[in-house]
Ligand binder design. Structure first.
Ligand code: FES
Ligand SMILES: [Fe+2]
Length: 344
């Protein structure tokens, strides 16, 4: 079976990462160079010159075109070779792959499959990410030495917060009082926890009396290949959700290679909008949780099965892991269907 789903959107980076020099990043084992055109839109090409394979990200810009820094071949934003400094003639085989790319919700997405099939309506909704007069988002990035599906397992099974996140957002046992449900709606998967009638969790401190009871939800939405949104919500026990609050987070995984993953995360809030201290406090909290708690556990677990087929290792099932299991099955089916239709 093919290794990657191609006809889907992969997050290449946050918008702010694509500065004047562009952004070079490995995605599904291919070097990709993302840069901005004169009109501010995004272009993405294979970051590998067809002559002697220099990264085009090390070259220069001629308007919207890229000029290789090694021997000067020039390429259009679509990857077409448009100039050979040694001859009028452009030899065959000098075009490079150009990817459909789009910037939406402060995220740069690239379509790994055929350009003509790129469908922006398939980009999952992350409209909460850009700052508004009523919201502020902090963004982060963690490089993980593990296959991205192990990151998906981690995110779709939040029971691990009771064990892995003892130093940050430990659940104080609330997960054990929770109900977990997994459901698919078309190609979207939901893995949700609901904890009714519990003392206010740490995310709600200061908003509810410490001796009150609240309902708390942690709802993860997944879309292939590994783009997730988490909603963290709290309201007074048995009250309508709208009476409480909900904080959305992005958790988006992009495979760099089979064994390495780009983990992009964000957290949006609707209070203390101008507080730099709150930005720092949250960035430190999330940085600690993802870099110092999740990452070492995921990497160490992956190290035990690196290079092996997941199912062949006969993973035990605890029920709480259904989200990850179903995401793996859905992704496998999408890859299988894609391979079958391209073979047909
Ligand atoms: S490697 Fe790019 S022109 Fe030679
Ligand atoms: Fe975690």
């Amino acid at each position: 079976m093919a290794r990657w789903l191609l006809n889907c959107w992969y997050m290449a980076g946050w918008s702010h990462e694509v500065g004047e020099n562009g952004l070079a990043r490995r995605i599904i084992d291919r070097p990709v160079f993302v840069y901005r055109l004169g009109d501010g839109s995004i272009a993405a090409v294979l970051d590998r010159c067809p002559h002697r394979f220099a990264p085009l990200s090390r070259g220069s810009r001629d308007g919207d075109n890229l000029v290789c820094g090694y021997h000067g071949l020039a390429f259009s934003p679509e990857g077409k070779c448009i100039r050979n400094p040694f001859s009028e003639r452009i030899p065959a085989g000098t075009d490079i792959e150009g990817f459909a790319a789009i910037e939406r919700h402060d995220i740069v997405w690239i379509w790994a499959g055929e350009r003509e099939k790129a469908d922006p309506s398939l980009i999952p909704d992350f409209s909460f990410v850009p700052d508004t007069p009523f919201s502020r988002t902090i963004h982060g990035y963690t490089a993980m030495k593990a296959n991205y599906e192990y990151g998906t397992d981690n995110l779709l099974d939040l029971s691990h917060i009771e064990f892995v996140h003892k130093g940050t957002f430990a659940g104080q046992g609330v997960i054990f009082a929770g109900e977990h449900s997994v459901r698919a709606e078309g190609d979207t998967l939901h893995s949700d926890w609901f904890m009714p009638g519990i003392p206010p969790p740490s995310v709600a401190y200061g908003r509810f009396a410490p001796d009150s009871l609240v309902d708390h939800w942690l709802e993860m939405r997944w879309n292939a290949p590994a783009s997730m949104r988490l909603a963290v919500g709290v309201c007074s026990h048995c009250q309508a959700r709208e009476t409480g609050f909900e904080l959305p987070q992005a958790h988006i995984l992009t495979p760099a290679s089979e064994h390495e993953t780009h983990y992009f995360w964000s957290s949006t809030r609707y209070h203390d909008l101008d507080s730099i201290e709150t930005d720092h406090m949250l960035a430190n909290l999330f940085g600690e949780a993802f870099d110092l708690e999740d990452k070492p556990m995921i990497e160490a677990a992956y190290d035990n099965v690196r290079g092996k087929d997941f199912w062949s290792q006969k993973p035990a099932s605890l029920g709480i892991d259904q989200g990850g299991t179903r995401a793996r099955r859905m992704l496998e089916k999408l890859i299988r269907d894609e391979s079958a239709s391209s073979a047909a």
